[in-house]
Design a protein around this ligand. Structure first.
Ligand code: NAD
Length: 256
């Protein structure tokens, strides 16, 4: 039986994960972490990113969909307690990403900006298309619900990384996000990002490869958070008994 702790259990993804775990063989949710105790499932009312001693029962593995500052506290707990970690939170800065990679030298970590299988097929297709359509202008458009706090989304950035690596450039050097006012003409080789926020949009991502006389669009639409929850659980089960290391969703899906 894999004993799971859910970080951000009171949030949208936390609820989707909780639902997904109910009735699933071989998996038991033994604790949850959140500061919004009034929205938690019955029996999970701990607020303990700072106080791990309050854990209802120590898990074998945490699945985290929260905020970067909370994830960093959980990462620290995991390293001290040899607990595996599935990280779905987005919006980490470069320093936090470095700390996560360092921690993965001592514990197994799977990190993915998007746990849907469809998005990860999309990333592979973008990598391929960006290499073949090397001279095309790539624009990435993403849309999410009104409560999302980071932009561009982690998935949009992963799409940009997939294209940049196919073109042998660093995304930091070619990324243009949030154009406004007198921007001048588009720079050759840049990768543009646009973010839409509104209503209850679960997550939509489009890569537009624009050339003279034609345009190729690759698009993914998530209609339910269950797809992310199921993917994160799949990663959790894959991570069981793995050696310490920094793993991606391609490792989980066997696409590497
Ligand atoms: P949400 O706001 O609904 O839930 C986040 C939860 O974390 C909240 O209940 C909040 O109270 C809790 N939390 C935040 N900071 C905390 C702290 N310091 N201590 C304790 N609890 C804390 O957000 P969401 O829509 O569930 O998304 C959560 C994260 O997951 C975001 O970063 C989002 O981008 C990401 N996400 C990733 C995927 C993926 O497939 N990787 C899919 C969807 C969302």
């Amino acid at each position: 039986m894999l004993k799971i702790g859910i970080v951000g259990i009171g949030g949208r993804m936390g609820h989707a994960l909780w639902d997904c775990c109910q009735g699933m063989d071989g998996v038991k949710v033994v604790c949850g972490i959140d500061r919004m105790s009034d929205t938690l499932p019955v029996g999970f009312n701990c607020d303990l990113a700072a106080e791990p001693a309050l854990l209802k029962e120590a898990p074998d593995l945490f699945i985290d969909f929260s905020r970067p500052e909370c994830s960093m506290a959980v990462l620290d707990y995991c390293v001290k307690n040899h607990c595996a970690l599935v990280l779905g939170t987005t919006g980490f800065d470069a320093q936090q990403r470095e700390l996560i990679k360092n921690a993965a030298k001592t514990i197994p970590v799977v990190m993915a900006a998007n746990f849907s299988v469809g998005v990860n097929v999309l990333l592979n297709l973008i990598h391929k298309a960006a290499g073949i359509l090397a001279d095309s202008d790539l624009e990435i458009v993403e849309a999410h619900h009104r409560y999302k706090v980071d932009a561009p989304s982690g998935t949009a950035l992963a799409m940009g990384e997939a294209a940049a690596s196919a073109r042998h450039v660093s995304l930091d050097d070619v990324m243009v996000a949030g154009r406004d006012a007198q921007t001048g003409a588009r720079q050759y080789g840049s990768i543009g990002f646009s973010s839409v926020r509104g209503g209850d949009i679960v997550g939509e991502h489009t890569a537009m490869f624009c050339s003279d006389g034609e345009r190729l669009e690759l698009k993914h639409i998530a209609t339910s958070r269950q797809t992310f929850a199921a993917g994160a659980l799949r990663a959790a089960r894959w991570l069981e008994n793995k050696k310490p290391g920094f793993y991606g969703i391609n490792d989980v899906l066997g696409l590497k």
